[in-house]
Design a protein around this ligand. Structure first.
Ligand code: A2P
Length: 341
């Protein structure tokens, strides 16, 4: 009889790590054991796993002995150092950081878009950038129907994407401002409360931010089409959970807004939420705590021959991170792509 895998969550005390544990429980992911790993700072503390509590263990090079599957969300440098140790120990890694995403030997996977890329994994699978995941889930069926030539995207990204510290920073700043105090910041370069920051991650030589270039490059890799032109502006907004995106696409073939709604209504993981007359459209307060990616405000771009505008919102911690990672693990299990010992 096939054995259930031993699973490790690396970064189990963080915003995404906790959601990974919840998602494993919620989706009844088969497991023989689940280990919670984090830094020495949290060793010995407890994290919830359904009705149980797991004792957090310090991540070390020996943490992966006997582990079949590791879900990493503890930052790029931790992944760079420890994912190879995990693979060496016979473990398959699904990594939420950007460390391995553009490595040609590492599949970058959104299960609704390119599940077949999992077949050529060599131990590490990369979970894409949160804003990219929710965009490609919607773009793929439209690309299949009408071939997308160009994408122009602007994002409105929640602070939870930066991690637990940023959630606390926004809470503190709101409290400080309401108490007439000077707000303090350490996570972001400027105040985030009641403000928008047109900078996510560092600036690169081409004057784009790293987050913007992730959207450009990862979209092409996941969609398996280098010819799609993508340009992005990524903005941090004072929202706790749920990334929003204004997306404009230009297609080779004409596609009407009505046709797009019909196609997207059948797309896996997508919920069409589009009835402007009733003031129904996607918003972070709609998508937070949900698995689906919401799309609405679908309308034709009247400034070009074949173009559409739409507004896409998803829970960045769920579909943008933990849920997508667990869905990857589910496909690995289904297709016998784990090396369960
Ligand atoms: P810890 O809580 O012990 O610092 P977030 O993205 O919400 O900030 O969470 C980051 C996660 O990554 C936390 O679980 C954090 O653990 C973990 N982490 C950060 N650095 C390391 C490290 N060097 N080794 C192991 N885990 C780490």
């Amino acid at each position: 009889m096939k054995k259930n895998p031993v699973v490790a969550v690396v970064g189990a005390t963080g915003a995404v790590g906790r959601e990974m544990l919840d998602t494993l429980v919620r989706r009844n992911f088969p497991h023989a054991e689940v280990r919670a790993l984090a830094s020495s700072r949290s060793a010995g503390t407890k994290v919830e796993f359904g009705s149980k509590k797991l004792t957090v263990q310090e991540l070390t090079e020996d943490s992966f002995n006997g582990v079949d599957l590791a879900l990493f969300s503890a930052g790029g440098s931790t992944s760079e150092k420890f994912a190879p140790c995990a693979v060496k120990a016979g473990c398959v890694v699904v990594d939420n950081s950007s460390a391995w995403r553009m490595d040609p030997n590492v599949p970058l996977v959104v299960p609704e878009v390119n599940p077949d890329d999992l077949s050529w994994h060599k131990g590490i699978i990369a979970n894409p950038n949160c804003s990219t995941i929710q965009m490609v889930v919607v773009l793929k069926p439209l690309h299949d129907a009408a071939r997308i030539k160009r994408v122009v995207v602007s994002t409105y990204q929640a602070v939870s994407g930066t991690g637990q510290k940023a959630i606390v920073e926004l809470e503190n700043q709101v409290r400080q401002l309401f108490n007439g105090q000077e707000p303090t910041n350490s996570v972001y370069p400027h105040r985030i409360a009641f403000n928008c920051l047109p900078q996510i991650d560092v600036f690169l030589d081409n004057e784009y931010t790293k987050e913007e270039m992730k959207m450009v490059l990862e979209t092409k890799k996941i969609m398996g089409d280098d010819s799609i032109r993508v340009t992005a502006t990524t903005v941090r907004v004072p929202v706790f959970y749920g990334h929003s995106e204004s997306v404009n696409i230009e297609t080779e073939k004409k596609i009407t807004a009505r046709e797009a709604r019909v196609i997207l209504a059948q797309a896996p993981g997508v919920r069409v939420f589009d009835n402007p007359g009733e003031k129904i459209y996607p918003m972070p307060i709609v998508a937070a705590g949900e698995d689906d990616t919401f799309v609405g405000r679908i309308r034709e771009d009247e400034s070009i021959e074949n173009g559409l505008n739409m507004f896409i919102v998803a829970d960045n911690i769920r579909k943008g991170a933990a849920l997508n990672a667990v869905q990857i693990a589910e496909v690995l299990l289904e297709r016998n792509l784990l090396r369960v010992s």
